[in-house]
Design a protein around this ligand. Structure first.
Ligand code: DGL
Length: 272
């Protein structure tokens, strides 16, 4: 039994879609969430910068005595999972491996689509993780950067969202993919619109759900669950604009954000 909190971080509010799944699948676990709202987006930044930021986020969580770190951001998982796993002595879990597994398990024709930020798709991380599990798979990656601001505006059911999805996803339709990884924290919120554009034959894989499932398996196997069935504590930290995080976060989490503080992430040392 381990009562320490689970640490979760993302570039901002998007990782709350991962936290939501953790709350559902591990309802008694205490969680500390950090959103790097001062430095979002990560999706358009270089590997070197994302690694540096991810290291500072993980260091902050480690300083709060978390028992495990969940990289709830697809871009940070794509660029920095190995880097963080080598530098921290607690389990570090990303969203790419669980998402890739979900896609490989659901495809029937071996044609898998991956959508995400430019960083995530450009890194080839999902493509590599999928091919490792199924050498025969055909993976098509499409960056969909406009989906992030559309979701943050709360326009996920709008005509703008539908037209944008049609434009981005046409190639996936032409390739006949039957499984699509929603490889960005914001995309599960666009599930309805993406599903409408692609039609019923395409299975949408939510890495947030798959990650929470894997987290539960890991904590169970290591005997690290809280296991006392008492009400959990959720604490939130951001690096800028806490009130905006509180306001927008509700749409991602479907829950009120109460205990929220601001920290100076820049003052945390980087790894040399
Ligand atoms: N959280 C990021 C991701 O999942 C999306 C937002 C950003 O670009 O930072 O890749």
């Amino acid at each position: 039994m381990d009562k320490r909190p689970i640490g979760v971080f993302d570039s901002g509010i998007g990782g709350l879609t991962v936290l939501r799944e953790i709350m559902e699948q591990l309802p008694y676990e205490n969680v500390i969430y950090f959103g790097d709202t001062a430095r979002i987006p990560y999706g358009s930044k270089s590997e070197q910068t994302v690694k540096k930021f991810a290291y500072q986020c993980a260091s902050f969580l480690k300083s709060m005595d978390v028992k495990t770190i969940v990289i709830a951001c697809n871009t940070a998982s794509a660029f920095a999972i190995d880097y963080l796993q080598e530098r921290f002595d607690i389990p570090v879990i990303g969203v790419i491996e669980p998402g890739a597994r979900g896609a490989v398990e659901t495809t029937k024709n071996g044609k898998i689509g991956v959508i995400g930020t430019s960083g995530t798709v450009g890194s080839g991380a999902y493509q590599a993780a999928i091919m490792e599990k199924n050498h025969e798979a055909e993976v098509i990656g499409i960056p969909c950067p406009l989906f992030v601001p559309i979701v943050e505006e709360g326009w996920e059911y709008s005509t703008v969202a539908e037209l944008t999805a049609q434009q981005y996803l046409i190639e996936l339709k032409e390739h006949g993919v039957d499984s699509l990884v929603l490889g960005c924290t914001h995309y599960p919120i666009l599930r309805y619109t993406i599903g409408k554009v692609l039609g019923e034959g395409v299975h949408l894989v939510n890495p947030a759900f798959e990650t929470a499932k894997e987290l539960k398996e890991i904590l169970t196997a290591k005997g690290m669950l809280k296991e006392d069935f008492t009400k959990p504590k959720y604490e939130y930290f951001v690096s800028d604009a806490p009130e905006k995080f509180r306001r927008l976060g509700g749409n991602f989490l479907k829950k009120d954000i109460e205990t929220l503080s601001e920290i100076a992430i820049d003052s945390i040392a980087v790894d040399e």
